[in-house]
Design a protein. Structure first.
Length: 352
């Protein structure tokens, strides 16, 4: 007869770090740029360009995600995707990830394996050849995920936020407002009678609204379009993690210009990617976490404008600005850029 102890799943606390890692590491994707991978004090990564693009991001249970809404596979996918997008926004090709994970001791090792599979699936789908070259595993009361991503410029100059010039066209690749629509549905209908995040309600929402829920929980940024934009002559670019208007303001301030967005073109892009036609225009302008790419292109780079690289579509023009003028306009009128993703704003302290 099997004892009760043997019927319990292995947890991080019961098997320990070494045993858990021995099950997780084989599931992680390998990087084509690895010279020395996991197993030593540090990894060794090839850098053919002699320059390395580096970015890092952290996700914490509570302000950044809810385990009642996201599976461990979702979290692994999203942790990879959001960092790959930052590399792509520099016009670089993602080459490797380093992952640090701190989880409660009672976390099932099988859940950690699903996290690894999620990272593998994201790399295979979004950035083939990119993989995990190392990281760390620890115990914490709050599930915490920290990812550092590396990229190669392949002898190109990085595409920064500061290169936009008056006369450039503004273009976006990817959805606008879709992830915010998904998050809104979760807060509105993915909860129980007390307002706490509810896994069963979230599962029903996934079935009823698969497109916006996937955009929020497992985003698919257009990673390849980062390199395509660089090759296509993009003058400036960034990742839309905090919302179109808020991130456009950052690009505008860095470049010393104003960005004049077309409400009609913004809405066309949003609807083309599946935004609910009944959604207010504001969600396409201020909704965060789409991880689309916003770029500017000189008007003579890719005429006609429908010949822009990859999935980029025009949504406005770069115009002149003085230091005190509005950074973002919509249809020629100043726009209040408040809104977008802020993990600290109005967080109740609830995890779920």
């Amino acid at each position: 007869m099997t004892s009760a102890s043997h019927s319990q799943p292995d947890t991080l606390g019961s098997v320990g770090e070494l045993a858990a890692l021995s099950r997780i590491i084989p599931l992680l994707p390998e990087s084509e740029s690895t010279l020395l991978g996991p197993g030593d004090d540090a990894a060794v990564l090839a850098a053919p360009d002699r320059r390395v693009v580096i970015t890092t991001d952290m996700m914490i249970h509570g302000p950044d995600f809810r385990t009642a809404w996201s599976t461990m596979h979702d979290l692994g996918f999203k942790a990879a995707a959001t960092n790959l997008s930052d590399v792509a926004a520099m016009g670089a090709r993602p080459t490797a990830l380093v992952v640090a994970l701190a989880a409660p001791a009672e976390t099932a090792v099988a859940d950690l394996e699903q996290f690894a599979v999620g990272m593998r699936d994201a790399c295979e789908a979004l950035a083939p050849g990119c993989g995990v070259i190392g990281g760390d595993l620890s115990v914490s009361s709050a599930l915490t995920i920290a990812v550092t991503a590396f990229g190669d410029l392949d002898d190109r100059e990085p595409v920064t936020r500061s290169g936009a010039r008056p006369g450039d066209v503004i273009a976006v690749s990817g959805p606008l407002g879709l992830a915010a629509e998904g998050l809104g549905l979760l807060f509105e209908r993915g909860v129980d009678a007390t307002g706490a995040p509810d896994a069963d309600a979230a599962a029903r929402l996934r079935a009823e609204h698969p497109v916006p829920l996937a955009a929020q929980l497992t985003p698919h940024p257009p990673i390849a379009d980062g390199v395509a934009a660089a090759l296509g002559g993009a003058s400036a670019m960034l990742d839309l993690s905090d919302g179109l208007a808020l991130d456009a303001r950052r690009l505008a301030r860095a470049s010393g210009v104003s960005l004049d967005l077309s409400s009609e073109q913004v809405r066309e892009v949003a609807l083309a990617h599946g935004l609910d036609p009944a959604a207010p225009m504001a969600i396409a302008l201020t909704g965060g976490e789409d991880h689309s790419l916003l770029a500017t292109f000189p008007p003579d780079v890719a005429p006609p404008l429908d010949a822009l690289p990859g999935g980029f579509r025009v949504i406005g023009r770069v115009v002149e600005s003085d230091r005190h003028g509005p950074a973002v306009l919509v249809d020629g009128r100043p726009f209040d850029e408040r809104g977008g993703w802020d993990p600290f704003a109005e967080w109740s302290g609830q995890a779920g």
